[in-house]
Unconditional design. Structure first.
Length: 402
């Protein structure tokens, strides 16, 4: 194990106005990271927590700036109630830590170590005998086996789940975070425009995926996507993946671009039809757009999530498009590192939370293969639609300026 506490990384500066920071420099100003640390430590004090350990990769990156493609390695950060956090990471990630983390203190594990046991030592040394510890027990890197090893090493101290705490803090986005999501929205729109233009009878789903992915990367997406993509019978079901299937006349293409900029996500859905499209197709798409417009118009700070959710379900039933609707209608999006596909909260008929400024969501409905959705940010008096693609039935082969 190696302990390092020197500072002086060269990239902890705010980029010029309008410039996009690289993946190997802090994505936001140092002051923003310090403000996040202050919010977390205030919340810890309110809950009587002396320290927390963050295992969820998004939490680590959100708090410290540290990002590496190797986030699936055993990494975590220990946050005291006062003072700066201390990170624990694999030694081969030192370059990326030095370039991206705004808090310099860290310790390393090396291949051949037992990283969980070594990490447990760091956690134990950070605590007093009576300290109350919060751990992100919902974090996917913290397997049951790793948790058991940690608990044994930490002894009979009180440990509570701090996952809801960190998730709630991350739900409220700063203006700089929302700006990243706007960039992601433009990349998603570029991917959809390329896919629609490439679609035609005989073209394979794989070719559509290649067209969309190339366009999103060129437009600034960190990941190529393409996202959810299926056609024909597959369009009737969620979460389809592209295959070698060739488009047929009359097919519906279900597409949801997954674009992200500095891993801040934006996504949307539109129905796409391979000619011929019927009047019924056009009407269904128009009705879905109208229902969504009505639901989103109800979103504002303090409004219970159940209010727009009820509008979705009631109007779908009244129009006969979906007498019953089994899916959620909103879920949080923002900083997402695979395998994470979304962040809380979600809107269902039983939701008890309310909208607040700075929350960001993907709001969607899909009926008979026709999806209509937007990524939005809650503002002081309503919403900003971050995705702005034409809200109608799209036709294979048409050219749409993103």
């Amino acid at each position: 194990m190696t302990s390092v506490a020197d500072g002086g990384h060269e990239a902890a500066v705010q980029p010029a106005t309008g410039a996009l920071p690289g993946l190997v420099e802090p994505w936001f100003a140092v002051a923003e990271y310090r403000a996040r640390l202050g919010r977390l430590q205030d919340a810890m004090a309110e809950r009587g927590l002396d320290a927390v350990v963050l295992f969820q990769p998004e939490s680590v990156t959100w708090l410290t700036g540290f990002f590496t493609r190797g986030y699936g390695s055993f990494n975590f950060v220990v946050v005291p109630r006062a003072g700066e956090p201390r990170s624990f990471l694999r030694n081969v990630e030192e370059y990326y830590f030095g370039r991206t983390s705004v808090f310099p203190e860290r310790e390393h594990w090396t291949d051949g170590d037992e990283p969980v046991a070594v990490g447990a030592g760091l956690i134990a040394r950070s605590l007093g005998p009576a300290d109350r510890l919060g751990i992100e027990l919902g974090a996917w890197p913290l397997s049951a086996a790793r948790h058991a090893t940690l608990r044994q090493a930490l002894g009979p101290r009180e440990v509570v789940d701090c996952s809801p705490l960190t998730a709630a803090l991350r739900q409220i986005k700063s203006p700089a975070e929302i700006a990243m999501m706007r960039r992601a929205a433009r990349a998603a729109e570029s991917g959809t425009a390329a896919l629609v233009a490439a679609a035609a009878p005989g073209v394979s789903e794989r070719e559509l995926a290649a067209s969309a992915s190339a366009a999103m990367v060129r437009a600034g997406s960190d990941l190529p996507g393409p996202g959810v993509l299926s056609s024909g019978p597959g369009a009737l079901h969620l979460h389809g993946s592209y295959t070698d299937r060739a488009l047929q006349p009359g097919d519906t293409v279900q597409y949801e671009p997954i674009a992200c900029v500095r891993h801040y996500h934006a996504r949307f859905m539109r129905p796409i039809k391979v000619a011929p499209a019927t009047a019924e197709d056009e009407d269904r798409a128009a009705q879905l757009a109208g229902i969504q417009d009505e639901a989103l118009a109800a979103v504002a700070p303090g409004v219970p999530a159940s209010v727009p959710d009820r509008i979705y379900r009631t109007r779908l039933a009244e129009t006969g498009l979906a007498p019953t609707y089994p899916m959620k209608t909103f879920y949080g999006v923002g900083l997402l590192l695979p395998p994470s596909g979304g962040e809380g909260p979600e809107a269902t008929p039983d939701a008890v939370w309310a909208f607040a400024p700075g929350m960001t969501f993907h709001s969607y409905m899909i009926v008979g293969g026709f999806g209509m959705s937007e990524t939005l940010a809650v503002t002081a008096d309503g919403i900003e639609r971050l995705t702005r693609f034409p809200r109608r039935l799209l036709h294979a082969g048409e050219v749409i300026a993103p």
